[in-house]
Design a protein around this ligand. Structure first.
Ligand SMILES: *[C@@H]1O[C@H](CO)[C@@H](O)[C@H](O)[C@H]1NC(C)=O
Ligand SMILES: *[C@@H]1O[C@H](CO)[C@@H](O)[C@H](O)[C@H]1NC(C)=O
Ligand SMILES: *[C@@H]1O[C@H](CO)[C@@H](O)[C@H](O)[C@H]1NC(C)=O
Ligand SMILES: *[C@@H]1O[C@H](CO)[C@@H](O)[C@H](O)[C@H]1NC(C)=O
Ligand SMILES: *[C@@H]1O[C@H](CO)[C@@H](O)[C@H](O)[C@H]1NC(C)=O
Ligand SMILES: *[C@@H]1O[C@H](CO)[C@@H](O)[C@H](O)[C@H]1NC(C)=O
Ligand SMILES: *[C@@H]1O[C@H](CO)[C@@H](O)[C@H](O)[C@H]1NC(C)=O
Ligand SMILES: *[C@@H]1O[C@H](CO)[C@@H](O)[C@H](O)[C@H]1NC(C)=O
Length: 393
């Protein structure tokens, strides 16, 4: 049943909604279409009676963020993850046992695009999906830095940007295993963590669906909105200490980390280390009194649910009504689009009158000492400007 048909109209139509008929839901991830987590999610969401399609990469695409890289070869040049799909097979394919399960040899963002622009029109009767789920990822994706880095979230914001409500799900357990190694019970006599995470995720999606139905909404989330969900390490391989974590309302910023480049003097190579910075933890939009998702996951057996939008714009001031007055730092060179006489960006300053650069500094012209001082000084001035602009408002 088409979600929009049911939800778009009046309450009477909404009450005619039947979960058994189900919504049209797309599932993807960045760990690969054959991993245990995505297959358990597929099963759990289908169990609610939804019409589910799984379209995900044939290989591990962890850490690709929103990168859009399509297959460069018509056929696979090496075996896919876990050897499920062999070298030489087409770069896109359907599971011979299930027409709703597809792989594609591309990044998570391209898997969503291929699902919407190729599989959906050619192999389904649908016009769009009502909801998209990604994950559960092997490993947490907490805070703005991981939001941009994670392929799990790259798939999600690709969908949100295409107008589809989407939920990214990540879990503390990080060992990627194939779907056919999921057992009914673990050694501790509990469900596999993949199964528990899938049931938690499906239950959260169902909460959203039920509420949207009750409210008679035409969409599960407002246009441009998505959710970032993180589930703690499910302990069911060994014990029952964390098998039913509560969902906590959170925000992306707050105790969040960014990567820093850690230099190894012996190898001459960099690797990443974590750093908590003010920059990544500044609350600009949303509800600033909510706890950060990083803090909630650090605190123990709790899941975090953050709401994001793909509108990355910020309040810029100008009328001094909202936020710091960033406008005042850009005027007059940066002009409003409706200005009557726009002045060129060079405004007669940087180049010769015929538009030719008068002097091109060679690399050796850059000072070899104290570049940090220069940068530090200008950064300091900018900081002062921001503070002053803030005071002016
Ligand atoms: C998938 O890629 C990530 C990042 O490169 C890596 O940490 C992980 O071990 C890989 N998983 C498998 C099963 O190879
Ligand atoms: C599309 O709809 C037709 C007619 O209802 C049905 O026979 C067919 O199985 C559907 N195809 C898919 C892929 O759902
Ligand atoms: C499932 O059970 C088999 C046999 O006991 C075991 O070898 C395997 O590791 C188990 N898989 C998982 C994911 O626990
Ligand atoms: C630097 O790399 C070497 C060689 O891999 C390793 O033994 C050493 O522990 C590393 N040092 C640090 C500080 O990580
Ligand atoms: C903001 O979050 C707090 C919980 O931290 C909640 O009590 C409050 O109602 C929220 N405010 C708004 C405007 O949503
Ligand atoms: C262009 O340069 C003139 C002279 O320096 C200055 O008065 C004017 O504000 C500048 N206009 C813009 C739009 O930058
Ligand atoms: C020009 O655009 C700005 C910013 O969008 C707006 O505040 C202002 O009212 C507009 N002025 C006119 C004359 O339309
Ligand atoms: C541009 O102006 C400079 C300095 O006046 C002059 O040397 C140069 O030949 C001019 N270039 C062109 C393409 O006219």
């Amino acid at each position: 049943m088409r979600f929009s048909e049911v939800y778009g109209a009046v309450a009477v139509a909404a009450s005619a909604f039947s979960v058994a008929n189900g919504l049209d839901i797309l599932i993807s991830n960045d760990d690969g279409f054959g991993t245990a987590n995505i297959r358990e999610l597929y099963k759990a969401v289908k169990a609610y009676g939804h019409n589910v399609y799984l379209v995900a990469s044939v290989t591990n695409q962890s850490g690709q963020g929103g990168t859009a890289i399509y297959a460069q070869d018509r056929n696979l040049v090496s075996d896919g993850e876990f050897g499920i799909v062999k070298k030489g097979a087409p770069s896109i394919g359907m599971d011979p046992m299930d027409s709703h399960i597809w792989y594609y040899n591309g990044t998570p963002s391209t898997c969503v695009q291929v699902a919407l622009d190729y599989i959906l029109p050619r192999y389904t009767n649908l016009t769009t999906f009502d909801l998209m789920l990604s994950g559960p990822n092997y490993g947490l994706n907490l805070g703005p830095f991981l939001y941009t880095l994670a392929g799990t979230l790259g798939a999600i914001y690709t969908a949100v940007e295409r107008g589809i409500p989407a939920i990214g799900i990540s879990g503390g357990y990080s060992v990627q295993t194939p779907y056919y190694e999921v057992n009914t019970t673990t050694a501790a006599g509990l469900k596999d963590p993949a199964t528990i995470m899938a049931e938690l995720s499906a239950n959260l999606a169902q909460q959203l669906i039920t509420n949207a139905q009750k409210k008679g909404l035409s969409r599960l989330l407002p246009l441009g909105y998505g959710l970032n969900v993180n589930i703690p390490l499910i302990s069911s391989f060994t014990d029952s200490s964390c098998i039913d974590p509560p969902f906590i309302q959170t925000r992306l910023t707050g105790s969040a980390v960014v990567d820093r480049a850690a230099y190894n003097e012996t190898t001459g190579l960099f690797s990443y280390a974590s750093l908590v910075t003010d920059g990544v933890n500044t609350c600009i939009n949303g509800n600033c009194s909510l706890p950060g998702e990083t803090a909630i996951l650090n605190a123990g057996c709790q899941s975090a649910v953050s709401v994001f939008t793909v509108d990355y714009d910020a309040p810029i001031g100008g009328s001094c009504s909202v936020g710091p007055n960033v406008r005042s730092l850009l005027e007059p060179l940066v002009q409003y689009a409706n200005s009557t006489s726009l002045v060129g960006g060079l405004n007669g300053t940087a180049m010769g009158t015929n538009g030719t650069v008068t002097a091109t500094p060679s690399p050796s012209a850059f000072p070899v000492s104290s570049p940090g001082l220069r940068v530090g000084a200008s950064a300091g001035l900018l900081g002062l400007g921001l503070v002053m602009a803030g005071l002016m408002c």
